[in-house]
Design a protein around this ligand. Structure first.
Ligand code: ZN
Length: 159
C-alpha cells in the first residue's frame, strides 16, 4: 500500500531510508561526476565559500548519526560507498591522522589552491567522535585535487 509508505511531508529523510535503492535497470551505483557536480559546482555556486562549512557540518552530522562503534565498520562503509581508499597511519590516544587516497571529491582535479574535502573531513570527525565520545575536529592538511598531494590527509584534534 503506497499510502502506508508515504511519510509526513515535514519528516527528515533518515540515512536508512536514503540508502534504500530500487533501480532495476541502473542499480545502486552512480558516477562520481554526479556527486562532484552537486558538491563542488552547485553547492559552491549557491553558497560560495560557505559551502565548505556546510559540507563539513553535513559530513559530521552524518558521521555521528551512523552510530558506528568500531573503526573497522567505518572503513567498511568507506569501501562500500567508495569514498576513497582509507589509511590510518597514526592512531594514538592523543593524535589520529587519516589519509584518503582516490578521494571521491577531488582525486584527478587540477589543483585549485585550497583544500576542498570538507564533507569527508566532517564525516571522519563525526564517526571518530561517535566512537570515542570525545569532541573531534578534522583539519584537512593535504588534498589531492585541492593542493596536488597524493592523498587527502586529515589531522584529528580532540577537544
Ligand atoms: Zn579530497
Amino acid at each position: 500500500m503506497i499510502e502506508e509508505r508515504i511519510q509526513q511531508p515535514d519528516q527528515s529523510i533518515e540515512v536508512e531510508n536514503a540508502l534504500k535503492v530500487v533501480r532495476p535497470t541502473l542499480g545502486g551505483d552512480a558516477g562520481v561526476a554526479l556527486y562532484r557536480l552537486l558538491r563542488l559546482v552547485a553547492m559552491e555556486d549557491i553558497m560560495g565559500r560557505g559551502a565548505a562549512g556546510t559540507a563539513y557540518l553535513a559530513g559530521k552530522k552524518l558521521g555521528l548519526s551512523l552510530g558506528l562503534r568500531r573503526i573497522e565498520d567505518f572503513l567498511q562503509l568507506c569501501n562500500d560507498l567508495k569514498i576513497g581508499v582509507i589509511e590510518v597511519p597514526v592512531a594514538t590516544e592523543s593524535k589520529i591522522h587519516v589519509d584518503v587516497y582516490e578521494c571521491v571529491t577531488c582525486s584527478g582535479l587540477d589543483p585549485v589552491g585550497r583544500p576542498i574535502c570538507h564533507f569527508e573531513g566532517g564525516l571522519i570527525a563525526g564517526v571518530v567522535q561517535g566512537i570515542t565520545g570525545k569532541s573531534v575536529r578534522a583539519h584537512e592538511v593535504t588534498c589531492i585535487g585541492g593542493l596536488g598531494h597524493d592523498a587527502c590527509g586529515f589531522d584529528l584534534e580532540f577537544r
